[in-house]
Design a protein around this ligand. Structure first.
Ligand code: GLA
Length: 674
């Protein structure tokens, strides 16, 4: 049980689904605010994030406060029945702070100051920045803790800033003392006998600034951990201030899905509920799949509790090099995908499109052309639908399949000078996830420390770091009847990114019944021959194209499910399965093309005894997700699609999905045919 379930933390409002947007009234004349609120009501908006970039309006010069405008905005919103997610403005300090206290500005790895004139111009380790951020948070919390409009507190914005300056170096040293307890242990953990890097005093230790050649991977890993924890501590500091004034309303911050800069498993435990920003790329036909995976990460981060999509776009963004607009209908389909995967609300960046500033070409609920537009009409229609779906609020959405993911492992797996830059953690994660998505199977992306007992199948695609205790837990899980499928280049390193000596993956080789002596990135495609009687697989020409491993079986009952067809590994195992206790452990020592990986993943699903909602697989572009008693059928593509659905009387009916169309059905069973 987590703190929400135990009733120890304030929860997200659950009297219906939330529907909203960022509202930046400071960009518009005061006279237009009442009309904005009327439009919010028309669109069914019930939540707006306010104040997120308004530090300079609140504190125009040091210690001079101006809350009159915010008082007025909050009063108007409250009178209009719109709840407020009140943001601390600490993601964009005013120019006076940077000018007067340059140490509050971040420094990049080359030693250059990153100046004001944009946003994120703060140094997470600067005591002066922290004091200024605490002061504005205190003022806000003190003033608005009991304001009837305030429903949620929103700390900062998309925390993620890094700095390599001297104050950061001091904070890094303190963090290292805490983590490693002595300089000797830092030297030991970082392997500083390599290239004469041994440190003789703490003062010599620096953030990994630009250096002439490849850096120390353990130092880089620790710096990423440190930076992530600094950002979490910024969050915590503001949250604690708010909490002193308001113990009733939940506090959160907006995450960015698979963002590399912050370990969201750590941040999630500090938030009262998980909130995330996700921007589908309409120019990329597969982007919705990463969206689904990101929502399933939120499901995992939230421990099955509802979470909130705090930002998304009604149409185009402006920060990709080429910004394709959403097709008509896609706004709804994207939003419902999040709701289906456990979101108790969907919000947009932003309510009104800016006429000036860096985001003036970004879409919004109300475009510059006004409310008589397709985008506004679609947003308003979605608002009405969200109100109808209100009974979903608060419904848990847990899955039977887990994917293990760990930020430290991701950082370490992609450090410089590795066997292949082409083996990428996110690519592997998506490759293992796609078959589950295509068969309508729910997934939770969870940390390797999670208690796995409630899952029937656990996937470890390219989980580079695995701690001994985590490996032990996995073995106990399999022994007790669980199933695991481990992808290539997993369990290779310990928590300090040190490689295990001995055959790999050493700490899992017993449960897997297989181990290897060489990782062999490929120069070209190598055939992989499946031994299974699966007719589909026998028809395929299957090749590994970037990765192979020189493996040998050593379990008494280990089976070779596939072997390399030619080359230096001809006849050697590529994919294996091993019984262990009452469960089974599968290993893939090669990258596999989509259809072969699909067959492998689905074999593991069947071996785990999981009922497959869509045994034949969904048509391209279609997503099918069950939440509560609702079945969401979503078509993310430009072609009409049909899904065959057995009803409770065991007759079947066909559901036709228009291009970028969606149907939400009351449907207790979760079996769907296509
Ligand atoms: C992020 C930020 C917003 C805005 C949007 C634009 O999500 O949090 O302030 O910049 O991107 O897409």
């Amino acid at each position: 049980m987590n703190k929400q379930q135990l009733g120890l933390a304030p929860a997200m409002p659950s009297d219906g689904l939330l529907f909203g947007a960022d509202y930046n009234p400071e960009q518009w004349p005061r006279e237009s605010w009442p009309a904005d609120i009327a439009l919010m009501q028309e669109a069914g908006i019930n939540l707006v994030t306010v104040g997120v970039f308004s530090w300079a309006q609140l504190e125009p010069s040091e210690g001079q406060w101006n809350f009159a405008w915010l008082d007025e905005v909050l009063a108007l919103l409250h009178a209009g029945g719109i709840r407020v997610s009140l943001a601390t403005p600490t993601a964009s300090p005013p120019p006076w702070l940077g000018r007067k206290y340059p140490q509050t500005l971040p420094t990049d790895a080359q030693g250059h100051t990153l100046w004001y004139g944009s946003r994120n111009q703060f140094n997470p380790s600067s005591p002066k920045y922290r004091a200024a951020a605490a002061a504005v948070t205190e003022k806000l919390a003190e003033r608005y803790a009991n304001h009837p409009a305030v429903a949620i507190w929103h700390v900062g914005n998309e925390l993620g800033q890094i700095s390599y300056d001297d104050e950061t170096a001091c904070a890094f040293r303190r963090w290292l003392m805490d983590r490693h307890t002595s300089l000797d242990r830092v030297n030991e953990a970082w392997g500083t006998t390599f290239w004469s890097q041994q440190y003789s005093t703490w003062e010599e230790i620096l953030p990994p600034r630009n250096a002439p050649y490849i850096g120390n991977p353990a130092q880089e890993l620790d710096f990423k951990r440190f930076t992530s924890e600094q950002l979490v501590s910024l969050y915590r500091a503001e949250r604690d201030i708010i909490r002193r004034h308001d113990s009733e309303h939940p506090v959160t911050t907006n995450m960015m899905g698979f963002f590399q800069g912050l370990d969201y498993f750590k941040l999630a435990t500090e938030t009262d509920f998980v909130a995330n920003d996700w921007y589908t790329d309409p120019g990329d036909k597969q982007s919705w799949q990463l969206g689904a995976l990101t929502h399933d990460l939120c499901r995992g981060l939230a421990g099955g509790n509802p979470w909130l999509l705090l930002e998304s776009a009604t149409s185009a963004v402006n920060w990709r090099p080429h910004n394709v607009a959403k097709e008509p209908g896609a706004l709804r389909v994207d939003a419902l995908s999040a709701v289906a995967r456990g979101a108790d609300g969907v919000c947009f960046f932003q309510f009104r499109q800016s006429a000036f500033g860096a985001e003036r070409f970004h879409s919004a609920v109300v475009p510059l052309a006004g409310p008589e537009t397709r985008v506004f009409r679609e947003a308003a229609a979605l608002g009405a639908e969200m109100a109808q779906l209100g009974e979903l609020a608060g419904t848990a959405s847990q899955a039977l399949i887990a994917i293990l993911f760990d930020w430290s492992s991701w950082w370490a797996a992609e450090s410089a000078a590795r066997p292949s830059d082409k083996l990428k953690v996110m690519d592997q994660l998506m490759a293992y996830y796609r078959p589950l998505l295509r068969h309508g199977l729910a997934v939770e992306v969870v940390h390797p420390d999670t208690d796995l007992a409630r899952f029937d199948l656990v996937l470890l695609p390219n989980l580079f770091i695995l701690a001994q205790e985590q490996a032990n837990a996995l073995k106990r899980y399999v022994a007790a009847g669980g199933h695991i499928l481990v992808g290539p280049f997993s369990a290779v390193a310990d928590t300090e990114a040190k490689l295990a000596t001995g055959r790999f993956p050493r700490i899992l080789s017993d449960v897997l019944g297989v181990s290897g002596e060489e990782w062999l990135p490929l120069a070209g495609p190598v055939p992989v021959v499946f031994t299974s009687p699966d007719a589909k697989l026998n028809l395929l020409d299957i090749h590994a194209t970037l990765w192979s491993e020189d493996l040998e079986l050593h379990g008494a009952d280990t089976r070779t499910l596939a072997y390399f067809g030619c080359g230096r590994l001809a006849g050697k195992p590529a994919v294996t399965a091993n019984p262990w206790g009452t469960g089974e452990a599968w290993y893939a020592g090669a990258d596999l093309p989509g259809p072969a990986l699909e067959s492998l993943v689905m074999s593991a699903v069947r071996a785990a005894g999981i009922e497959v909602p869509v045994p034949q697989g969904l048509p391209d572009d279609v997503e099918a997700v069950q939440r509560g008693d609702k079945l969401f059928l979503l078509n993310h593509g430009p072609t009409t699609r049909s899904v065959v659905l057995p009803d409770t009387t065991s007759t079947t009916s066909t559901v036709t999905l228009a291009p970028h169309g969606a149907t939400v059905l009351s449907h207790k069973r979760n079996r769907v045919h296509s």
